[in-house]
Design a protein around this ligand. Sequence first.
Ligand code: CP
Ligand code: NVA
Length: 313
Amino acid sequence: MSVNLKGRDLISIKDLTPEEFFQFIETAISLKTGLNMSQRQEILKNKTLAEIFQKPSLRTRVSFESSMTHLGGHGIYLGPDDIKLGQRETTEDIAKVLSGMVDVIMARVFENKTVKELAEYATVPVINGLCDYEHPTQALGDFLTIYEKFRRFEDLKIAYIGDGNNVCNSTIFSAALMGTHITAITAPGFEPTEDVINDAKQIVKRYDTGSEINVTNDVNEGIIDADIVYTDVWASMGQEAEAEEKKKKFLAYQVDMEKFNKAKPTAIFMHCLPAHYGEECTHEVAHSPRSVIFDEAANRMHSIKAILALVTP
Ligand code: CP
Ligand code: NVA
């Protein structure tokens, strides 16, 4: 039975039930099949999306804009210099003004509290397009990709190798919801917070999903038996000043062929992109036959299309 998600915000994966999470995946599959058959359903005809970006983007921006076009609506890009979120006027006023003009808002912001504040004051749905704490639309696209490759979420192990921040957190919450095991492998000091791990374990308990959630600094041990090897940049957008320092701390965590081969022989390689080849992974791994990074990138659009189709009133 489907759940009505119209009017809902998507700020955190933690706000979803397993049924709601899977509904996004199923809808994405259905819209993707329709797209391949050239059936572009104009289910958002004449609807408008405001896209607030405090940071750069390739995949997220193009996914949201292409999705709106395919569904018969329109996306308006509001870059860092357009509305100067938090500088030119308050987040509250921006949320209230946009609510009088558009049907749905997405926002890529520096701080989690900004996207939460937008959602608090907007009367239309707000979708988190990445913040320091989470990247929920990425996780939905990633789990769509995992589902396409394995046809299940249970009895799979993700080895996430990298910084324990936004992408890691959303991947952990998604794994917890869908019964997937996950080991977050980080350099010392960059582990996901205790709150994140506790929240994920609460999800596992609440829905009895059976996921094992682990954290380690030992990459060689953590990667063993992984079905999915996932990595992300060491220095996220906005952390450019820390990049050199992080390179030193994460040096031993680069996913190269030697490490990738410690995972299962059937393991796939995932990366949210953009990639910094020669840092978190080698070009060889990312472009190897078991890398799915470009399916994963394309699935951003299919999953975002499902999110827009389901939440836009
Ligand atoms: N993965 C991702 O969010 O890519 P962009 O930063 O290019 O949107
Ligand atoms: N952790 C990265 C993800 C990019 C999609 C960042 O925040 O820059």
